[in-house]
Design a protein. Sequence first.
Length: 589
Amino acid sequence: MERRMAAPRTVKRRPTGKFDVKGFLRLIRRTKPKYWQLWVGLLLGLLATGAQLAVPKLAQSLINGLGHALNRPLLITVIVLFIVSALVSAVSGALLGFFGENVVARLRETLWQKLVRLRVSYFDNVKTGEMTSRLVNDTMQIKNLLANSFPQMVTSLLQLVGALVIMLIMDWRMTAIMFIAVPLVMLVMFPIMRQSSKIGHQRQDAMAMLSGETDETLSEIRLVKSSNAEDYETQSGNQQIQSLYRIGLREAIYDAVAGPVMTTSMLAVFVGVLAYAAIRVSAGTMSMGTMFSFMMYLFQIIGPAGTLARFFTDLSKANGSTERVRDLLNEPEEALTAGAPKSVSDETLAMKHVDFAYEDEGALVLHDVNFEAKPNTVVAFAGPSGGGKSTIFGLLERYYQPKNGQVTLGEADVQDFNLSDWRSQIGYVSQDSAIMAGTIRHNLTYGSDREYSDEELWHVLKLASADRFVRKMAAGLDTQVGERGVKVSGGQRQRLAIARAFLRDPKILLLDEATASLDSESEAMVQQALAELMKGRTTLIIAHRLSTIVDADNIYFIEDGHVSGHGTHQELMTSLPLYRDYVKIQFKE
């Protein structure tokens, strides 16, 4: 397509350090999750935590009674509590996992639905790999927060508070030490967690960039090979990988520091409390059972404290992912179903004083363009490359909207018509006709809302002069064409695109240099197919070959984004020196 490409846009937010709870909840509500799984999972998790909190208290009575006799019923109760709490925790974890998987699946469905409905201008500016990263990596961060970090935080918080309350009741002096020690530990950990969260945010951005670069390179691997660009792409890719590697090293350092610092801090607290408890036991002011129970509660505090520290790190990572996902979901999309359907038959298609630029503040690509295509006529666009011919087709397909002026059908602005219905009445065949990975059958019926019989498919293939080469293929209609159609030739791709256009039976036909890159034999067959396809339709053609446009009812000469003149071939040869010179240079007349 002839247009000025904007520089790739990558919107990067600096981590604010604050988690947008309302924004996160709005994002989750859009997925319509199964809340019962969350609430039942949390309830079971709380029950399991309650059972775990009861164990040390029962163990206290069990140990204090050892001097008399083993309390077997109490021992059995303790064992049963251990087993029950483990089973309930497993069920809780499974339900919360189901909840998280459900949310991420629906979030990805929402994102995918959004991606395929975004305006074409968005894809002009953002690399495909970056969007893939949003769909896969960022949603995974959100799922980890929902299914793992958040439930663990809730149960850990209950376990932490519950243990501290019970410890306070048991011995307020020792608990006071804990109330002083634990905040000190968190104070030590906070700077490490903050840096770790920033690095996690950078890692997500770097992964998105790497994904974008690799996707772009691998999708054009033949260009890489033909240009001997393996070394260049290797170096370019290695730079991205090394950047991600350096971020990973920093993340590994902070993660490696966080663990030992947390462990050492908690161990210091444990040793201090144990030493104090030993003094109390030796002085006779605390029983052995109480000390043992207190130590068990202390162990129950150590785990939740670490979990809470990890939660805040995961929260920050999910915050960055949430921002990026919300940015994507807030992008304007095409209103495919808005407006009333309108038949384009027997109506004149026209542009009236159209100005257009790809960027809001960018230079005009088209300025004051006027043309009309009457029903069942052939209108051709000629002119130097980069003049804006393909941009006109982009506006007719409504990929973009004019900055000024109108595209009209009859006397009505086409922007008022139903977009899906509008595009269903247009057939588009380009120079590099797009073809999807899959079978020939899949490509012929791509985007159709009905089933077609083999007879119907063979009929349109015959009309497009494509039936012979398809019949020679081992699997016929079910032959795989490979990614981007690499297993079929350029001429075959064109004829398949023409067959697809026959199947759509469009009222308006757009041909964008449909034979420009073909050899003579392929061009002759494609021209024959196109001549058949053009019958009874309004046809607009972009062509560099004189044979394609010389018989057009009207030719518009496009230069530097405006119409220099129009008329039949002979009229333009007589009245427009620019056209005459162009014909002599381009067509060697």
